[in-house]
Design a protein around this ligand. Sequence first.
Ligand SMILES: [Fe+2]
Length: 280
Amino acid sequence: MPSSKPLLIAQISDLHVKAPGLLAYGRVDTAKALERCVATLNALDPAPDFVVISGDLADTPSEQEYDHLRRLLKPLKLPFAAIPGNHDSRELMRAAFPQARYAVPSGPLDQRIELGGLDLLLADSAVPKKPHGELSAPTLQWLQTALASSTDRPALLFLHHPPFTAGIWHMDRQNLSNADQLAAIVARHPRVQLIACGHVHRATLTTFAGRPCTICPAPNHAVDLDLAHLREPSFKVEPPAFHLHAWFEGEGFGELVIHQVPIGAFDGPHPFFAPDGKPL
Ligand SMILES: [Fe+2]
């Protein structure tokens, strides 16, 4: 039986923060969306132990956007780490978050975070100025070394670009180009319990190299669920959400449960029963 108190890792993704006053695609107030997301994260009880931001923090990107992002993240009461997506700049992100524990002083923003009995591995899949993703040779080497450094600690792997075909044509052509290389590494390391991605702004679940593999929904807009190439690339403003990964310590690598958390303030919680135990 797993222990009753899990480690909680919130994953938020694809923030697309613009310069103040600008809307993404002329329509979406991504700053307001992030404010609501931060408020929901801060209100979670019990509080998550950590937050991972899985890419596309900025939109264009620019120094102004990262300044705006830092101001919007300031009220967040939880520790966090971020990896870049295709809308980010490694150099500007490094400058915006100099305190982060990057594996190397320049280049990819790979990070390994030890959280109690769990390892969080954040792999940089961004290719400068390109929409698709690729794990570079140094990142593949870092990942193999990080995974080999311990064989008994469970690990959650985060990267921006999904390594699988989601069925949305214009996103599939910009997913992770060297997914086969990632699969070969994951297959060698049973301690990888999850591959968690972003990029598509939709909650998606599959398996990859025999492990659960997810895409985290976004706090703002969603890529249109066009599974038959009916439309040009398009988005919809759907209910915003994020993922909450709950890891229970236990036999072997423990147990991982993934919750989807809607962003916003909702009616409740209300009791099911009166204080005397009778149904209400
Ligand atoms: Fe992206």
